[in-house]
Design a protein around this ligand. Structure first.
Ligand SMILES: [Fe+2]
Length: 254
């Protein structure tokens, strides 16, 4: 059983699912894979995908009605993948940011893919002061972090949680990304995994089990369970997560 906290499953509001038919196909793939709940996390990028909280909520309501009609045993929850921008603390104060499952605690954040902006630590720190725990989406796919994982260790030391993509772990995004992903897993620097699904075909489909199996082989069943089910379920409940450190001791974090 898995919970997926990163998915572009809402139809027609970002570069993910193009229509309701594709969304339903994605949901069926996820259900067969053993996923019982999915946080819908459409991109929120100023001027490109200005997905407002209310728009995400109403798209979700419509989708959940449809799922109920189709009798699929899977729950879709609210969320967003918010691009790191300098004014996020102000936007959060105005109540504009959609946290994972709308609990007000965990915010899925993405960096631009090619670099780490110089305001990254300031924005994250200010959000933390407002009670947010940032969850950094797929750091292994960022070019700067890939070259210099020290950047990630600094963010990690500041209490930022790391979400790895399942496809990065299984090698769908090339050997460099896979190498970084496996290194982070071995170091115990990963807190949660997610599919980052964008469609029902190709590399970014909503499945967790192949990555789960790989983590189980590398780090043991307990770690695989924590990253694919225990922590995702704590995140959507707004509870503190469990972190796995390199010595394989488990501590509370977040
Ligand atoms: Fe994403």
């Amino acid at each position: 059983m898995f919970i997926d906290i990163h998915s572009h499953i809402l139809p027609g509001i970002d570069d993910g699912s193009r229509d309701i038919e594709q969304t339903l196909e994605m949901i069926k793939i996820a259900a067969v894979d053993g996923i019982t709940a999915i946080a819908a996390t459409p991109h929120v990028i100023s001027g490109i995908y200005d997905n407002k909280k209310e728009e995400i909520r109403s798209a979700l309501q419509e989708l959940n009605k449809r799922i109920e009609n189709e009798n699929i045993p899977l729950l879709i929850l609210p969320g967003a993948e918010v691009r790191l921008e300098p004014d996020l603390p102000q936007r959060h104060l105005r109540g504009e940011l959609m946290t994972l499952n709308d609990t007000g605690r965990y915010l899925l954040l993405e960096l631009p893919s090619a670099y780490v902006p110089d305001y990254t630590t300031r924005v994250m720190y200010e959000l933390q002061l407002q009670g947010i725990t940032p969850v950094l989406a797929h750091p292994e796919r960022n070019a700067s972090i890939n070259k210099d994982p020290g950047l990630l260790l600094e963010l990690s030391a500041r209490g930022i949680l790391m979400q790895l993509n399942t496809g990065s772990i299984t090698g769908l995004f090339g050997s460099e990304v896979k190498k970084t992903a496996l290194k982070l897993l071995k170091q115990g620097s990963v807190h949660v995994i997610g599919s980052d699904a964008h469609s029902a075909q190709g590399r970014r489909i909503p499945i967790i089990s192949p990555a789960y199996e790989q983590i189980k082989k590398m780090c043991g069943a307990e770690t695989a369970e924590i990253l694919s089910y225990v922590n995702p379920s704590r995140i959507i409940s707004g509870d503190s997560i469990i972190t796995v450190n390199p010595q394989k001791r488990f501590t509370l974090w977040g």
